[in-house]
Design a protein around this ligand. Sequence first.
Ligand code: 6GU
Length: 226
Amino acid sequence: MRLDVLTLFPEMFAGYLGGSLLKRAIERGLVEVRLYNIRDWATDKHKTVDDRPFGGGPGMVLKVDTVVPCVEEVRRQGADPGHLVMLTPQGRRLDQAVVEQLAARERIVLLCGRYEGFDERIRLLLEPDEISIGDFVLNGGEVAAMAIIDAVIRLVPDVLGDAQSSQVDSFSGGQPRLEFAQYTRPRVYRELEVPPVLLGGNHEEIACWRQQNSKRRTRLRRADLL
Ligand code: 6GU
């Protein structure tokens, strides 16, 4: 899978891309990530990427004549122009079903905004898949882009080891459920004991306990999922 990230702050991605799971996926050739600085497409000597909104009001708006040529040039690189995602709080809400749709793509181009937003003509000309990661406001699309990359690459075949891959199930497929409670050593900590059924080695009973625990948690914490 190829991921192209268009941003005014490419340096924000350095730490994330250098992290172990993604780093190994890149090294193994399973995922390719390319960063582009939108500012490189600015046409004036001051490298202006944003301007004041027509009609007045606070903040700055990303310029159509900078962003559109940037996206078009990046998409022309390579045979497949890719699926264009615009990170914006006005987009459709990200969930595991959306992540699965994105993971089916060979190439995704992620357009990150900052400031008060994008000139509306960027949307009209590029017709991006607008995505939000939730009902709260971030200062820009970069953290949202990292969330999408993180969720998508774990569905790319072979990126995760077998041990982790089974956990994909909790929000995908038919019945979304929260994960059951997990425990590891020590068996007792500050008088809190691990449920005895998990120590007994009866796999049928353990599976039953986990299923009940998962159902109960979902009902108590996220009844909206049921
Ligand atoms: Cl994609 N961008 C911004 N700026 N804020 C957000 C978001 C995106 N998703 C949730 N909040």
